[in-house]
Structures are given as C-alpha cells and as structure tokens.
Design a protein around this ligand. Structure first.
Ligand code: FPP
Length: 275
C-alpha cells in the first residue's frame, strides 16, 4: 500500500523520518496507538527548570504526534494526559496542567479540524474544573463531524475507575430490568467502557524508560504490543513514533494462539485455540 498523500510536505523526502516511512506497510498499521507520556518533570530537572516547564515543552510533542498520526492514517490515538492519581500533585502543578490544556485547545483547534481529527475526552470528566469541561466540550462539538483520526485524551482517567464505571452502568441497567446479567459477555462489557465502540490499542508506547502500565486502559491493552523508549516526553517527535510503528510491524502477534506458519494448514482460524 502506497504512502498516504497527506505525508507530503510533513515528512521531507530523503529525511531519516522518510526512510522509516518507506519501511512501513500501510496496510498493517496498528488501528489504535496509546501513549503514556512520561518524563516531563525529569526533562525540566535536567535543565534546572520548574516541573511545569516540562509540561509546557511536552505540548510541542503532543502537537507533532497528533498531526503525524492523522497524516499517517491511524484510526485512533489515545494520549494519557492526566491520571486520577495526578490529582495528588501540588495544586499549582495541577492548575498549570489544566491551564496548558485549555491553551492547547484554543491554539490547536483549527489545526485539529484542518487535519480532519475527531477530538474526544475519556475519564471522569465531571471531576474536571467547569471551565476545562467547557473547553473540552467545545472541541468535541467542533470536531464531531470530522472523519479522520479519533484523538482521545485521557483526563482524570484511571483504568480501574473505568472498569468500576462500566460495572455501575451495567448494574443500573440490570436493576431497571433492561439487562439480563447472563447476557453480559466481554463484548457487552467493553461497550460500556469510555472507549466503547473503538478498537483496542494494538500498540502501547511509553516514554522515559519506565516499565509500568500506570493504570492505563487496563481492559483494552490485553493484547497490545508494548514499546518503551528512554526518550523523555518533551523530546518525543514523529521520528520515534515512526520507529515504534516499524518495530511493531516486526512483532509476531499470536493472541495466545499459534502463528500462521506453525498452525496446521487445514486448521481454519476460527477453530484455533485462543487463550
Ligand atoms: C508525565 O510527566 C506527564 C504528565 C503527568 C502530564 C502530561 C501532560 C502534557 C504532555 C502536557 C499537557 C498535555 C496536553 C494534551 C495539552 P511527569 O511529570 O510524571 O514526569 P516525571 O516522571 O519525569 O516527573
């Protein structure tokens, strides 16, 4: 499958990034890429700057990765911007993060629309400051008619909280007689997650070298490939995203079953044993 036209002018021909693009098989891109953006604080500390300078610098990385994902033709990108646990940070840091988010939306909304991106929030939305909620709703409404990349931003998000929220929704339906508990299977459960209706992440990227999941998309990453880089988030750019995609395409995904060449030829896929 050919390189998408949208990459023209974004990835310079002959650049190291272009060499990575040429190694990609565009018919096998991950449908959903999720990223744990980590290392803003360390980036700032290395420069003797306050932590919030790291968050500010991280916005440039967000811009680059979002636009690159849209131009590549990815279907879904989810960025972990603020966890439920992040509420424990000093008030001033939380306030700055929220202010940066509003600033990002104000400055970037036109570009998000230009790139045909659908913007959505996942997480405990009602816990956010009303002024932040307003900006987020505005961006969601303004991009709802687009048809390109779905960009989820996880805010006041926790994977366990999401599972609890899905349970509550299902139990309310059962209480009201609208649902038979015996009918709840994995697909029905997944429909009640914040990401209901979206494909699960195929690729999970984490920056700054930590080997943790940090309560991110716990249900959805059951079979995701994990790719970790030592790069701190503010230094992350399209080149590393492309490298992650190239590496992802070298992985052999088995979903607990057998690889195609190992499985008996007469064995149709639907009969293979899947864990
Ligand atoms: C982790 O770094 C990063 C965060 C908690 C927030 C991520 C926020 C941004 C990238 C900027 C704002 C985002 C948007 C979408 C406008 P850390 O502070 O935990 O770093 P450390 O582990 O080095 O201390």
């Amino acid at each position: 499958m050919a390189e998408p036209k949208d990459l023209e002018g974004f990835i310079r021909s002959g650049s190291p990034e272009h060499l990575l693009v040429r190694r990609l098989d565009f018919s096998r891109l991950p449908k959903h890429v999720a990223i744990i953006m980590d290392g803003n604080g360390r980036w700032a500390r290395q420069r003797n700057l306050p932590r919030v300078s790291g968050h500010r610098a991280g916005i440039e990385a967000v811009r680059d990765v979002v636009e690159c994902s849209a131009r590549l033709g990815l279907r879904v990108l989810t960025l972990y911007a603020f966890s439920i646990e992040n509420w424990k940070r000093p008030r001033a840091e939380v306030a700055t993060l929220m202010a940066l988010l509003k600033e990002y939306l104000n400055k970037e909304l036109a570009n998000i629309n230009k790139n045909n991106i659908v913007f959505r929030t996942i997480g405990r939305f009602e816990e956010l400051d009303p002024s932040v909620q307003r900006e987020l709703r505005k961006a969601e409404r303004a991009t709802a008619g687009n048809s390109g990349l779905l960009f989820n931003i996880a805010l006041s998000y926790g994977g366990r909280a999401e599972i609890v929220d899905a349970c509550r929704a299902l139990m309310r339906q059962a209480r009201d007689g609208a649902l038979d508990p015996e009918q709840v299977d994995e697909a029905e459960f997944a429909r009640h997650l914040y990401t209901g209706g979206q494909p699960d992440p195929d690729l999970l990227i984490r920056t700054s070298g930590e080997l943790r999941i940090s309560n991110f998309l716990l249900w959805q990453i059951a079979y995701a490939e994990i790719w970790v880089t030592e790069t701190l988030w503010p230094d992350f750019r399209r080149g590393e995203l492309l490298q992650a995609l190239v590496d992802y395409q070298k992985r052999r995904r088995r979903y607990g079953g057998l690889e195609a060449e190992e499985s008996p030829a007469a064995h149709p896929p639907e009969q293979r044993i899947l864990v």
